[in-house]
Write a protein that binds this ligand. Structure first.
Ligand SMILES: Cc1cc2nc3c(=O)[nH]c(=O)nc-3n(C[C@H](O)[C@H](O)[C@H](O)COP(=O)(O)OP(=O)(O)OC[C@H]3O[C@@H](n4cnc5c(N)ncnc54)[C@H](O)[C@@H]3O)c2cc1C
Length: 504
């Protein structure tokens, strides 16, 4: 392996946000860094392309600003000036035959204001009455991890689970509340629930105090004092990967699928290292002093399969399932939407989009009114041209793979028909785009935290090896970036301790 005087070589497998962020965090270290991305394109679930001449994200489109990691990275790569806030974050639930306001005082769908829940019409009168029993019921026992639906259902009844919590979890994880872990998907609420008898009170303890604002009872969901909790980039979040690649100083290779990982044969007196097999036809061997696996659970498990002592990680990674999705992006002339006033368009509805409960048996699970949520997308591109409305329809909950096997044109027609039923939009879209995401989102099912602990323990025993990405501590971009930073620190410390290597 590399003699102690040479710059150590760190190889990062996976060029999604986690892998590229890890490369960025290593930029000031005295190491040679190579990123190996298997597909022809960098960015993983961050990707942007044009629909009807407008750059619209194909995957992730909004970044949480209440955590520092995402906006911090955007600022560090020089994109601070491109950040924009949403025009509105008020959302709706399409259920019981109408678009109804998503209650503002809720935490991942768990209501804290039961009067507001009843007024929203999202649940029936009986459902609202059942939900209010939460305030009277004795504490719900919870021994170890449980499915979200079990705990929340015991407090509020099945309607709150089906029409609020399940659609919100579906929006983030594409998963189902009957399978997802309360501890892993709502850690703050799971902790607060141990301090309060009522789950509504526990949810309320995590929300900012209600602040009356002019003309409304309080600020809409998705806002905080001082602005929205979300941001994006004017050119799309999909721009971030290429900026990270450029500023990281790493050698970034696409179309470089890593097929094998094994301990490298160590030269006498040298530190152990790793050997990666890259590509298929003429496989290339790359030696590294440290390796960061920034790939989803399944490819990580495949790569670790040949590593002695990693079987516990392979088993636990194999237990993490993935939901697949498709995003159908549709563009309409503004006049196709029946507004409250001429030219009112989608904005007249007053929402940034809506969620659809699985119990309502629609194909589309979530819709974003992109030109309302991100007004910069609605700028007319040609003088005198009618502005477009752009809508992103998300299809594919966990277990709905058969739906996703339908051809692109079918999915576009289905999405447009359901949008017409919900919003009254007339005519056919002037443009559409289908973005398919196989293995899109890891499922944090019951036992996830224990699984991740087993993976981390097994990886920690491997010299110079680290993992990061959406499979572990959160699927949102800031959480992925946090795992990338931890992985970068882990390999940096390993290299410092294992050879005469100083920060440079
Ligand atoms: C449709 C969609 C919308 C989303 N919306 C949001 C949102 O608005 N906000 C938000 O915060 N999060 C959102 N998410 C979640 C978030 O985008 C992802 O969790 C995150 O981008 C995952 O990043 P990652 O680097 O861990 O993995 P990935 O993006 O999956 O990157 C992993 C990379 O590894 C590569 N790879 C795999 N195997 C190999 C191999 N053997 N060799 C080399 N390369 C390999 C893959 O090609 C891929 O590029 C969304 C996700 C999806 C699918």
């Amino acid at each position: 392996m590399n003699p102690s005087t040479a710059r150590p070589h760190v190889v990062i497998v996976g060029g999604g946000i986690a892998g590229l962020a890890a490369a960025f965090f290593l930029r000031d270290e005295k190491a040679r860094v190579t990123v190996l991305e298997g597909s022809p394109q960098l960015g993983g679930k961050l990707s942007v392309s044009e629909v009807a001449g407008v750059a619209v994200d194909e995957g992730a489109e909004a970044l949480l600003v209440t955590r520092p990691e995402g906006i911090g990275l955007i600022d560090q790569v020089g994109l601070a000036g491109d950040r924009v806030e949403p025009g509105t974050t008020s959302s709706a639930i399409w259920t019981l035959g109408a678009l109804r306001p998503l209650p503002r005082r809720q935490f991942m769908g768990v209501p804290s204001d039961l009067a507001e829940l009843a007024r929203s019409g999202v649940v029936s009168a009986e459902g609202a009455a059942r939900a209010s029993q939460d305030l009277e019921l004795p504490p719900s026992a919870r021994d170890g991890d449980v499915p979200v639906a079990d705990y929340v259902g015991a407090r509020f009844g099945v309607e709150v689970v089906d029409r609020l919590v399940d659609p919100l979890l579906g929006g983030v994880y594409a998963g189902r509340s009957g399978d997802l872990s309360f501890d892993a998907t709502m850690p703050a609420l799971a902790a607060a629930a141990r301090r309060y008898r009522s789950l509504a009170e526990a949810a309320g303890s995590l929300l900012p105090p209600p602040v009356p604002v002019t003309g409304q009872d309080q600020a809409p969901a998705g806002t905080r004092s001082g602005g929205s909790v979300f941001t994006t980039l004017t050119g799309g979040l999909g721009l971030l990967p290429s900026f990270l690649a450029k500023t990281s100083g790493a050698e970034v290779r696409t179309a470089s699928m890593t097929r094998g990982l094994s301990p490298a044969p160590a030269a006498p007196g040298a530190e152990p290292g790793w050997r990666l097999t890259v590509g298929s036809a003429a496989a290339e061997l790359i030696d590294a002093d440290a390796v960061i696996l920034a790939v989803p659970a399944r490819p990580a498990a495949r790569l670790l399969a040949e590593v002695p002592g990693a079987s516990a990680a392979v088993t636990a990674l194999g237990e993490i399932g993935y939901a697949s999705m498709a995003i159908v992006t549709l563009a309409y002339p503004r006049s196709a939407f029946p507004g409250a006033h001429p030219g009112g368009g989608l904005a007249a509805l007053g929402w940034s989009g809506y969620l659809v409960p699985a119990v309502d048996r629609r194909a589309v699970k979530a819709v974003t009114f992109s030109t309302v949520k991100w007004p910069h997308l609605a700028d007319p591109t040609a003088p005198g041209a009618e502005p477009l409305e752009i809508v992103r329809c998300s299809i594919g909950r966990m277990g709905e793979e058969a739906l996703l096997q339908r051809p692109d044109e079918d999915l576009a027609v289905l999405a447009a028909a359901e949008l017409a039923a919900a919003t009254g939009v007339r005519g056919v879209p002037v443009a559409h785009r289908i973005s398919r995401w196989g293995g899109a989102l890891p499922q944090y099912t019951v036992g996830h935290l224990d699984r991740v602990a087993r993976i981390r323990a097994a990886i920690a025993a491997q010299p110079g090896l680290a993992v990061c990405g959406a499979a572990y501590d959160g699927v949102g971009i800031p959480a992925c970036i946090a795992t990338a930073r931890a992985a970068a620190v882990q390999v940096t410390e390993y290299l410092r301790h294992s050879r005469e290597w100083s920060h440079g």
